[in-house]
Design a protein around this ligand. Structure first.
Ligand code: PGA
Length: 229
């Protein structure tokens, strides 16, 4: 079964030259559907079959200094866009704003990858976590055909720490997100690498992965996008 694997490069690498070299090392044909999300500034210069962005603004144009619209991303042939990443929520992104971004992306036929997640420590009370996820999904998906949205579950404590959540926990959350909110796909993100990817990809309700650090290591990322399941 083909899964969806998205590489989130975040603010890496620093130069266009390095970004082009990195992209050229990623297999353009792979067992699973692979998407790379370089820094926005480099997107137009990167050649890869499926490109994503890391965030967007909901208005198409106008007096909005520093923003990048979903409309412009579409013009760059972007087909996926992450919204609501915890690193953006930390700088003030609200569920209401994220909802506007999801709508703008769908209007532009770009698949939104809505990140949800909570908790600063592993083992956070599961009911508390579910309460926060419910709120993020209720507002984030309000007025939206959620079947068209990819939801990425990323427990905040698992991001960039080398300590992923357990596949059993993620499978449970993925079922909840699909059954209660009708999300089209649910991905997992947080310390995924080529050693642990398979554990998640073999779970029936986990439809793929959102990979940060390991997506900057071409050899590792190639292994992840070609994982046998
Ligand atoms: P990580 O990041 O794979 O480096 O933990 C995941 C993410 O932030 O999307």
């Amino acid at each position: 079964m083909k899964k969806l694997i998205i590489g989130n490069w975040k603010l890496n690498p620093v130069t266009l030259k390095e970004a082009i070299v990195l992209a050229s090392k990623i297999n353009s044909k792979s067992r699973h559907t692979a998407v790379i999300c370089p820094p926005t500034l480099f997107i137009s210069q990167i050649k890869y079959p499926k490109l994503g962005a890391q965030d967007c603004f909901w208005m198409a144009k106008g007096p909005f200094t520093g923003q990048v619209s979903a409309t412009s991303l579409k013009d760059l042939k972007v087909t996926y866009c992450i919204v609501g990443h915890s690193e953006r929520r930390e700088t003030g992104d609200s569920d209401q704003n994220i909802n506007l971004k999801v709508k703008a992306l769908l209007d532009n036929k770009i698949t939104p990858v809505l990140c949800i997640g909570h908790g600063t420590v592993a083992g956070e009370d599961e009911l508390d976590v579910i309460d926060v996820l419910k709120q993020q999904l209720k507002v984030g998906l309000s007025g939206i055909d959620s079947a068209k949205v990819v939801v990425a579950y990323e427990p905040v404590w698992a991001i960039g720490k080398g300590k992923p959540a357990t596949p059993e926990h993620v499978e449970k959350i993925a079922m909840f997100v699909k059954n209660k909110f009708g999300a089209g796909k649910v991905l997992y993100g947080g310390s995924v690498n080529s050693q642990n990817a398979r554990e998640f990809l073999t779970e029936p309700n986990i439809d793929g992965l959102l990979v940060g650090g390991a997506s900057l290591l071409a050899e590792d990322f190639n292994k992840i996008i070609n994982t046998k399941v």
